[in-house]
Design a protein around this ligand. Structure first.
Ligand code: PLP
Length: 430
């Protein structure tokens, strides 16, 4: 008899994400409109710009060799400088005004790799991470692999509620658990999954709270700014990192996946100085450097301004999609005032809340009916972790407007409304 595979406890804690089911379903069901997976619009890829950059790069033997060779663990130095300049310009930081330098920048295989590396570096089983409720579910999976306890803070229209965070921090202090708290995680621009942005006046306060409660050790803020560039309305707001003037408390992480192309799978982070060496050591074991070729492509796209021009194009493309989604929601759900949704100023997502009695979980009647009607969404419960009482909100859904064309998005919402017909007054027990 074959003996059992000797998986590590970490591997046993690591499970397949339930999201895979929804991605698979979308692939195998023809005609299904997927408002589920948070993918990027394929028709808006900068293919021509990338083709021309690669042709130029390969035409010159010197640059071809440089791009095709291994790179360095922390990433291609010119690109590290460019991303630092990009973030500093967005934050209105003048030279000498903030402690972070190019030495604090790390390039990774997507920002996901940094999220994972941080879990490995900072978390032992039983350590605590505070996250928004709801939050980015793939990061929840990393936290689960690490054996971390996830405590959540509610959100309102201004993002993470800092009064609740403060109460939570005080209660951890009272119960003697503050020494297990390692990180506060926020997706602070057009959050995945709600589309909500952390209000400008909460940003310095968040840093202040992390500092104030850093009594046993430093409590780090992990600022996941994956969607920052994709703003369709209003002005950019400074990052949380902007208020970490000594560069000690905030890890800022972002990506070229959303504003350029996920196939390049390149993310970037600005991290406190004493984290650089541990990150370098661990990334050295992972891969001793992410794709050098992709980093060279991105460096050229940034240098020529093609990246910045492309972001402008994307803003127009996704703004139309966002408008198609919220327009269709307003039209279709006008007769059901108990239903509400977010209108994101950027990113890919709208978060829809049904009355409590409507269940949206993976096994729910609503999911079955929606698939029959030909539309798919992500059940909101997948973006939540159970609260202290073990309960999980089950009446929300995440709708992604990133992939489908505006007309399809509107049709998808019509199908969703059809799927709900007859459920308006159905009690949960029925
Ligand atoms: C909030 C958030 N953070 C990080 C990522 C990781 O993206 P990537 O690894 O492609 O940079 C994603 C991807 O969907 C995301 O939604």
């Amino acid at each position: 008899m074959a003996s059992e595979l000797p998986l590590s406890s970490r591997a046993r804690r690591t499970t397949d994400s339930p999201i895979s089911y929804f991605v698979q379903k979308a692939i195998e069901t023809p005609g299904l409109i997927s408002l589920a997976a948070g993918l990027v619009d394929e028709s808006a890829f900068p293919s021509e710009e990338i083709a021309s950059v690669v042709a130029d790069m390969m035409a010159d033997p010197k640059s071809a060799k440089a791009a095709l060779q291994y790179g360095s663990t922390l990433g291609y130095a010119p690109l590290r400088q460019r991303v630092l300049d990009l973030v500093r310009a967005s934050d209105g930081i003048r030279p000498g005004e903030n402690a972070a330098t190019v030495a604090n920048v790390v390039l990774t295989t997507g920002s996901q790799q940094m999220l994972y590396i941080l879990c490995e570096l900072l978390l032992d089983p039983g350590d605590i991470v505070i996250a928004e409720a709801p939050s980015y579910f793939v990061f929840h999976d990393c936290l689960k692999s690490s054996g971390a306890r996830v405590l959540t803070v509610p959100m309102d229209a201004g993002g993470m509620c800092l009064d609740s965070l403060e109460n939570l921090l005080e209660s951890l202090e009272r119960t003697g658990e503050l020494d297990r708290l390692k990180m506060i995680y926020t997706v602070d621009y057009f959050q995945n999954p709600t589309g909500i942005t952390l209000a400008a006046d909460r940003r310095p306060k968040l840093v202040e709270l992390a500092k104030r409660f850093s009594k046993h050790h430093r409590i780090l803020i992990l600022e996941d700014a994956a969607y920052r560039e994709l703003r369709y309305d209003g002005e950019d707001v400074p990052s949380v990192k902007r208020f970490d003037t000594t560069n000690e408390f905030v890890i800022y992480t972002s990506t070229f996946s959303k504003p350029c192309a996920p196939g390049l799978k390149t993310g970037y982070s600005i991290v406190p100085t004493d984290l650089i060496r541990p990150i370098g050591n661990l990334k050295g074991s992972h891969d001793f450097g992410s794709s050098n070729f992709c980093q060279h492509i991105l460096d050229r796209l940034l240098e020529s301004g093609a990246f910045q021009r492309h972001v402008e194009v994307l803003r127009g493309v996704y703004r139309r999609k966002r408008d198609a989604m919220v327009g269709a929601l307003a039209e279709q759900f006008a007769d059901w005032p108990e239903v509400s949704w977010t209108r994101a100023d950027g990113g890919f997502y709208s978060w829809l809340t049904f009355p409590d009695r409507i269940e949206t979980g993976q096994e729910s009647e609503l999911v079955r009916r929606s698939v029959r009607e030909g539309v798919l969404f992500i059940p909101g419960e997948l973006a939540h972790v159970p609260d202290a009482r073990g309960t999980l909100p089950k009446n929300q859904i995440r709708l992604c407007f990133g992939v489908e064309e505006p007309a399809q998005i509107a049709e998808g919402i019509r199908r969703l409304r059809r799927a709900c017909r007859g459920m308006e007054s159905v009690a949960r027990s029925e």
